[in-house]
Design a binder for this molecule. Structure first.
Ligand code: SAM
Length: 261
């Protein structure tokens, strides 16, 4: 099992329950993707369906959405939707067996940036998409009004990561996206930053939210006393350097639309 599958199996029960962060951004990503009615769409790293459900609404009853997901617990959740034009498949995108040229467009919310083998994924997506099909995807980004706090959080994260023997490469290495995509046959056609504030009610709740998704990987790996110290350092940084002292999640994710060439 891959590191991401284990991580998201552990996260699944609490993932995107409160606040509905990924659902808010999934709906925005689908607006940005501008998926044609009646088209076939692949959602890569579908999670609990934050992008899948608005994509289904966008393509309508004569379109289809395939939700591809590597974590079994997420797949179980997706299967509860049981909708006629939704297919759920339990696969790692880098080893996908979906047929060549079988979907019109692809979407992916907050997944491509955590893959250990982005090139392997892009080879598959290029193979599965038809013609000039698009791939619209999102990744995290710092809110312009919360840069100071992001830096402080990044420093704390870096300091505690050093206490681990092994750090998974997908959690640290940031590729040059534009050249990686181009090398695998994609060109950028549009990019859009989405500054957003979502109320959470203070540093403790902010911290709790960070433990419901992929950012929990560090806490999962630290020993109990280091994990407690890490939590205290993050809460202290929210009090001291976050613009709303941890009362709002402040982010500015980057949305990118690529076209297969
Ligand atoms: C941050 S979550 C995003 C989920 C969903 N797209 C959303 O916006 O809420 C990343 C998802 O990608 C899945 N994932 C990670 N690596 C994957 C891979 N190689 N193939 C398929 N899914 C993967 C994880 O299990 C997780 O559900």
């Amino acid at each position: 099992m891959t590191y991401n599958a284990e991580l998201f199996d552990r996260a699944a029960a609490q993932y995107d329950e409160s606040p509905p962060f990924f659902r808010i951004l999934g709906a925005r990503l689908v607006d940005f993707a501008n998926l044609p009615v009646a088209s076939s769409v692949l959602d890569i790293g579908a999670g609990k369906g934050a992008v899948t459900l608005p994509a289904l609404a966008a393509v309508g009853p004569s379109g289809t959405v395939t939700a591809l997901e590597v974590a079994g617990q997420m797949v179980e959740f997706l299967e509860t939707y049981s909708l006629p034009n939704l297919s759920v498949i339990h696969q790692d995108i880098t080893k996908s067996t979906l047929p060549d040229a079988s979907v019109d467009h692809a979407v992916s919310g907050f997944t491509l940036h955590i893959l250990s083998d982005l090139r392997g994924a892009l080879i598959q997506i290029h193979r599965i998409l038809r013609g000039y099909g698009t791939l619209s995807w999102s990744k995290p980004g710092a809110h312009p009004e919360a840069i100071e706090w992001e830096e402080s959080y990044g420093n704390i994260f870096g300091e505690f990561s050093k206490r681990l023997k092994d750090v998974p490469s997908e959690m640290t290495d940031e590729p040059d996206y534009e050249s990686t995509f181009r090398a695998e046959g994609f060109e950028i056609i549009e990019q859009f930053t989405v500054p957003l504030r979502i109320p959470v009610g203070g540093p403790e709740e902010y911290w709790a939210w960070t433990q419901t998704h992929g950012a929990r990987w560090l806490t999962d790996q630290l020993n109990t006393s280091d994990a407690d110290e890490f939590k205290s350092a993050v809460i202290e940084s929210l009090w001291s350097s976050h613009p709303t002292h941890g009362n709002d999640i402040m982010v500015a994710p980057l949305f990118t639309k690529m076209r297969r060439i």
